[in-house]
Write a protein that binds this ligand. Structure first.
Ligand SMILES: *Cc1c(COP(=O)(O)O)cnc(C)c1O
Length: 438
């Protein structure tokens, strides 16, 4: 009863994200009352395993005691202060930590992923301008890329359903061939295909570099574009080319950062440190363990120094009200503390192996490209009838699993705190949901 009243009130007053609201006439919202570990509980006591970490943000489960305690104790100290002209321990400690982990020594903060993309694009352009190269005004990205949905971020995004409507509002940008290994030709390996895509990048840069400020890429896995995975050699080549042609490389690790692909940052699959690959890294989503909105862009000393000047206009005059919020930074510090103290990356390797083994029965279904990268498992359903994603979502919910397929791509991105029994439950429910949704 309380449930149905809440649903009616929500539909009256809340405009839900990424949703055609009319569909909720037939397809009810789910009112969640509380979370614990990998589970979300609704008002009727029905529970759902959060198989996608609530849009990829939750790393160590809901109601995590360590992150919660960190926020609570910060709350007794200082909830917020503006970061222009002021500073505080959590933002300093977090910046030092992120700098040590990435090799990029200067951290600029915002509250969401799209804003991090905007910051990296603006900073890159402004760097070249400060260096006397005002013609570097363009950005390039990969086909099928996703970097957020504000106008600048959407300009470098290449997902038609998000982009096409707004095309008249966007900056021009070029999308280059994606090293997505599903696109290899017969006889080609993921690596030789990645090198072929790098050659296309080289060709483009050799002709247009004078006008290009930066190349933005999601390293290793293009997530919202359908969990498209690529060989790390692409990142190595892209780095070389960006150096040769004086173009920044922006690593958008908003989704793949914080252990999702198996290493703390995805760039580490191509080099010892993020700074060996990227001039900028964008971080958000998992940064606060899924607790509070926070994003950061880290960059090099070289970039930082180009803004350091007597003249105000040479500075980076970008700001967000909640920049460097102390509560969010304390959640991020607790999240990094868990990585350090609980050997998370090592444990995830075993967990990922277990997921791989237990996922083999999925191959009985009409799927192709069953693929895995660290704590991401994905597969493409073939010959599904139209509306598959919506049906699969609904069938999974009936089984007690939160899944949100991207078109015909079904993927799992569970919190790292998932147990083996819960993995079994998740994979069985996925199997059933796909079978029933075909
Ligand atoms: C989610 C995401 C973004 C945008 O982050 P928001 O917080 O949703 O604005 C940008 N890039 C990538 C790779 C993402 O996955």
């Amino acid at each position: 009863m309380t449930n149905s009243r809440l649903l009616a009130r929500s539909l009256q007053s809340v405009w839900h994200p990424c949703t055609q609201m009319k569909q909720h006439e037939t397809f009810p919202l789910i009112p969640i009352e509380r979370g614990a570990g990998v589970w979300l509980y609704d008002a009727d006591g029905q529970r759902y395993l959060d198989g996608i970490s609530s849009w990829w943000v939750n790393l160590f489960g809901h109601n995590n005691p360590r992150i919660k305690d960190a926020i609570k104790s910060q709350l007794d100290q200082l909830e917020h202060v503006m970061l222009a002209g002021f500073t505080h321990e959590p933002v300093v400690a977090l910046s030092e930590k992120l700098s040590e982990l990435t090799g990029l020594g200067h951290a600029f903060y915002a509250s969401d992923g799209a804003s991090a993309t905007e910051i990296a694009l603006k900073m890159s352009f402004h760097y070249w301008r400060n260096q006397g190269q005002p013609n570097k005004t363009q950005f390039i990205s990969l086909k099928n890329s996703y970097h957020g949905e504000t106008l600048g971020a959407l300009s470098v995004t290449d997902v038609a359903i998000f982009k096409d409507t707004y095309a008249p509002l966007l900056m021009q940008s070029a999308q280059l061939p994606s090293p997505d290994f599903r696109l290899t030709e017969p006889g080609e390996t993921a690596e030789t295909y990645a090198l072929r895509c790098a050659a296309a990048l080289e060709d483009y840069l050799s002709r247009h570099h004078a006008r290009i400020a930066a190349f933005i890429i999601e390293p290793i896995v293009q997530c919202a574009g359908g969990m498209a995975m690529h060989h790390p050699v692409y990142l190595q080549r892209a780095r070389e080319l960006c150096t040769r042609y004086q173009v920044h490389l922006i690593a958008d690790e908003i989704a793949v950062g914080f252990g999702r692909t198996g290493t703390l940052f995805a760039c580490e699959q191509a080099a010892a440190k993020v700074s060996d690959i990227a001039d900028f890294i964008c971080l958000s989503k998992g940064i606060s363990g899924g607790y509070l909105p926070l994003s950061a862009v880290l960059t090099t000393d070289t970039v930082y120094q180009a803004f350091y000047d007597e003249r105000t206009v040479k500075g980076f005059l970008h700001s967000h009200s909640y920049t460097g919020n102390p509560l969010a930074c304390s959640a991020a510090l607790a999240t990094l503390g868990i990585f350090a103290d609980d050997a998370v990356l090592e444990k995830n390797r075993d967990l990922a192996d277990y997921i791989k083994t237990q996922a083999t029965p999925l191959a009985e279904l009409p799927i192709q490209h069953l693929r895995q990268q660290g704590m991401i498992l994905a597969m493409d359903v073939v010959d599904a009838k139209p509306g598959f994603a919506q049906r699969c979502y609904a069938e999974a919910l009936k089984q007690g699993l939160l899944l949100r397929p991207i078109g015909n791509t079904v993927y799992l991105m569970p919190p790292y705190s998932i147990s083996r029994e819960e993995v079994d439950f998740m994979l069985n429910a996925t199997h059933q949901a796909i079978r029933l949704a075909l």
